[in-house]
Design a protein around this ligand. Structure first.
Ligand code: GLN
Length: 506
């Protein structure tokens, strides 16, 4: 047992086995996590809620379990934070929006049920962009999260609180969501591992929907091995989510051990030359040295083209807001969350429409309103075919690009596509405030995996000259998460980056 290092430096297996054997109590682990949050979260603002008493009670209950009942729970005593868009029964869940202020769901999301059954302890909710719309965690009713590597910078988004919570070692695992990159981009900005599973691999039941045909839940962790352990618990069909898929779930940790000789890695270099990418030279350098690591491990590089990649960002920013505008119609002040008062309104204006209007106007933030307007416009009669319909056609072409590179004949097909996770490292807070389009363009490498539903993983791949983390992204065939994990694990074993940690202020 690694008694010499602080418990928050332990990996999942070390904590779990320590709790199982009684070498450390679940209460000690939980307390370490809560203490760290109490010390540092006033600076980083990664948490929107901390369930101190409940978490300690659950930990104590684990410590009281008989030895025989401890043995089969894969996440026994592991403290976990979850993004504030995932429902947990009786616990505040707001999507970082004023419109859900004080909302306490009457049920657990399927992922929460699974984590609890596995013995994990939910210690709190993490900050994010409102309804997961954003790339910086600045669009949050709770204010921005700060990047643990540099408090003047964004941790990325929308799961910025989740990535910061792992990087700052509040807990070894955070559960995020990824609609257009929101697990992978913050993971890259904060120097942690982030995995977006295949669409349908993990149940979305209990996730406050942003764009239902894109959204997936996945883990942010310190290592690929930890990501594999969490995916094992989250993955699998769920009768409560008709879009979850009854595909067998492999033993993710067992596959980490196999080698990658003969793997064919697709390198879409032409994509980096596209003007919109404006790729940073440190990011390119890290990418090239990652490719060298893979070839040294016996993989083969194959030049590929993804002809429609340049259209991914505009396609995403039409279809995702269209779905969002429909999903967010339910926040009307009637069923849950905020209801604006009509006090002060003229008697003639005290009607239902005025209540909707005031509630939505005061409850939603600027970015959410922007997306509702964009989406409503794209779906409206007369524009539907020109915008939404056209974007759906391009979405199919983007999917075909990937089908072609993955399923082509033996001499051209590849097993995985590798590219940077983001064109740059973490940007400064406020840097894109005046110009949302430049922020949208930063999603150029991540949105395709959501448009196509394919699995994608970001692994720490170096530091810039300013000592900011860089991410490397692997995109695989549908339901091939095991393969991505194996490849990323090989990369991680050959490089020091996942051990790099920020020095916290405070
Ligand atoms: N940055 C993207 C957006 O703003 C992705 C968000 C997400 O994945 N939730 O839509």
């Amino acid at each position: 047992m690694p008694t010499s290092k602080p418990v928050l430096d332990w990996n999942i297996i070390e904590i779990r086995d320590g709790v199982r054997s009684g070498d450390i109590s679940a209460v000690e682990v939980c307390q370490a996590s809560l203490d760290r949050i109490a010390t540092y979260d006033p600076i980083y603002n990664a948490m929107t809620a901390v369930f101190r008493d409940e978490a300690l009670e659950q930990a104590a209950a684990i410590d009281r379990l008989a030895q025989s009942d401890r043995s089969d729970r894969p996440l026994l005593g592991i403290p976990i934070t979850i993004k504030d868009v995932i429902c947990s029964r009786g616990q505040i869940t707001t999507a970082a929006s004023r419109i859900l202020k004080d909302f306490r769901p009457p049920y657990d999301a399927t992922v929460v049920t699974r984590l609890k059954q596995a013995g994990a302890i939910i210690i709190g909710k993490t900050n994010c962009d409102e309804f997961a719309m954003g790339s910086s965690t600045e669009h949050s009713a709770y204010g921005p999260t700060k990047n643990p590597w540099d408090t003047e910078r964004s941790p990325g988004g929308s799961s910025g609180g989740a990535a910061a919570a792992v990087a700052a070692q509040f807990a070894p695992v955070s559960i995020g969501t990824d609609t257009g990159g929101s697990i992978r981009q913050p993971a890259a900005f904060c120097g942690v591992v982030g995995l977006k599973p295949t669409y349908g691999r993990v149940s979305r039941y209990g996730l406050l929907a942003f764009a239902s045909s894109f959204d997936q839940i996945g883990p942010l962790t310190n290592s690929v091995e930890d990501a594999a352990l969490i995916l094992q618990v989250l993955a699998g069909v769920d009768p409560a989510d008709a879009t979850s898929v009854a595909q067998p779930v492999p033993d993710y940790n067992a596959v980490l051990k196999s080698d990658i000789r003969g793997t064919r890695i697709g390198v879409p270099r032409a994509m980096f030359e596209h003007a919109d990418a404006s790729i940073d030279k440190d990011v390119l350098r890290a990418y090239d040295s990652a490719l060298n690591i893979f070839t040294a491990a016996g993989a083969e590089l194959v030049d590929i083209t993804l002809p429609h990649a340049a259209h991914a960002v505009p396609t995403y920013y039409l279809v995702a807001p269209a779905e969002a505008s429909s999903n967010l119609a339910r926040y009307d002040g009637v069923r849950y969350g905020l209801r604006a008062s009509l006090d002060g309104a003229a008697d003639t204006e005290k009607d239902l429409a005025a209540m909707y209007d005031r509630t939505r106007n005061s409850g939603f933030g600027t970015e959410v309103k922007r997306r509702i307007m964009l989406g409503t416009y794209a779906l409206s009669a007369g524009y539907y075919d020109a915008y939404y319909g056209k974007a759906q056609q391009v979405r199919s072409l983007i999917r075909l690009d990937y089908d072609n590179v993955f399923a082509g004949d033996k001499s051209t097909a590849v097993d995985v596509v590798v590219m940077p996770t983001t064109p740059t490292a973490a940007f400064k807070l406020g840097e894109h405030e005046e110009d949302p389009l430049t922020m949208y363009l930063g999603d150029i490498f991540t949105v395709s995996a959501n448009l196509t539903g394919l699995p994608a993983l970001s692994v720490p791949a170096g530091l810039t000259t300013e000592q900011l983390p860089i991410g490397l992204q692997l995109i695989g065939r549908a339901f091939n998460e095991d393969f991505l994990l194996r490849l990323a694990h090989v990369y991680e074993q050959a490089t020091p980056w996942h051990d790099a940690r920020p020095t916290l202020k405070g």
